[in-house]
Design a binder for this molecule. Sequence first.
Ligand SMILES: Nc1ncnc2c1ncn2[C@@H]1O[C@H](COP(=O)(O)OP(=O)(O)OP(=O)(O)O)[C@@H](O)[C@H]1O
Ligand SMILES: [Mg+2]
Length: 456
Amino acid sequence: MAKARILVVDDEKLIRWSLKENLEKEKYEVYTASTGEEALELIHEELPDLILQDIKLPGVSGLEILEEVKKLREESLVIMMTAYGDINTSVKAMKLGAYDFVEKPFVFDKLKLTIAKALETVNLKKEVHVFKSQQKAQFRLDNVVGQSDSMNRVFKMVEKLSRSDATTVLLQGESGTGKDVIAKAIHYQSRRAEAPYMEINCTSLPDTLIESELFGHEKGAFTDARAMKKGLFEITDGGTILLDEIGDMPLSTQSKLLRVIENKAFKRLGGVKDIVVDVRIIAATNKDLKQASAGGSFREDLYYRLKVFPIYLPTLRDRSEDIPLLVRHFVTTFNHEFKKNVRGISPEAQDMMMAYHWPGNVRELKNVIERAIILESEDVILPEHLPLEVVRPEPVTNPHGSSIQLPAEGVSLSEVERELIEQALATSKGNQVHAAKLLRMSRDTLRYRMKKHDLL
Ligand SMILES: Nc1ncnc2c1ncn2[C@@H]1O[C@H](COP(=O)(O)OP(=O)(O)OP(=O)(O)O)[C@@H](O)[C@H]1O
Ligand SMILES: [Mg+2]
């Protein structure tokens, strides 16, 4: 591991000299500065891990240096050296973000321990920093797969957003089309990437909780409010909030949300003070909000406000040209996860995937590949590794919800049932589990009906 770098800033030559001497013995790389200006230069050039500095310097003050360090490199820490008994300045330094302070004159052995502890913290912070940037990279747009025209349009919109200050985005698309991944990409591509990204699902919370989650509450705002709590809007200040399944948000919360969007301010429940925040709101839904607003379950004014920047995610069946690409992507992902070495997919299996209508969109395709990789012992995915619905898709239903037309002269339901059971058994070569799956019933129900028709 590289040596930790320490900068000593003090106008007393003797202190600089003795600290340098002693710290170098401890195998640290040590720089010294006698003035604030010199210190600032070294901080920019060398990016020290730790700065030991006298709080009283001629020229630029110790506190100013502290502020500059915090701006430049979040992981670096500052230990202030103060005159004995100068508690006021020490407290101020700690408030401004100094890691610790030592009083002069100090015992080197004690200082040595403080430094070692501080450097441990610096290393931890560096690790967190690396982890965060890896995480960020994982969510960026390059990891969202697609090269169809419709997906390219989505990517263009996300890029446009990353440069814009638009604070509301409406993400629409069927379940599994990638609303979550696009919402994260919008955040991590934008200038907000360093600030928090939070999600809240409007369906999973009861009406009463949703507002306290979003806006927070004051102590005593309601029976259970034993302490003040900050809401998501406050915690996410500067960042992005994903309001998932916005179509399910209660009407009363919708009007509060509209107010936040318009005024950029809100009050905690039971509070009187306006809290101003800068948050980008991404509202996601698989519902048709226009229809919902016509039907009265969604506020029309909120719908129009959200739709200022709309992104529509295409279904997988509308971009089947992306299927081979997605298959390759998930084969790589799951090979890695399950330590397998599956090379790809047979042309026959791929054709079946291209023809299938994917009601669960990319999520369903991802699950199909995951399952195939778990099952696969050869080196390519074959039709037998695919689930039945992909291999033998049911006919797509007509708008009335049925693919079977009742003949004008009527029909014996019992005979139809018997015939369909026989067909299912023939298709599945007598395998009752498969036949039951084709008929969307349990094996027990199938056996019961087979008995009824004397088929068992
Ligand atoms: N274009 C894509 N590239 C790679 N992975 C994708 C893509 N789209 C979706 N996925 C993956 O598919 C799964 C489902 O996507 P996601 O959760 O974003 O869907 P959603 O639209 O939010 O669905 P829901 O409406 O059910 O919440 C996730 O595991 C996601 O990583
Ligand atoms: Mg989602």
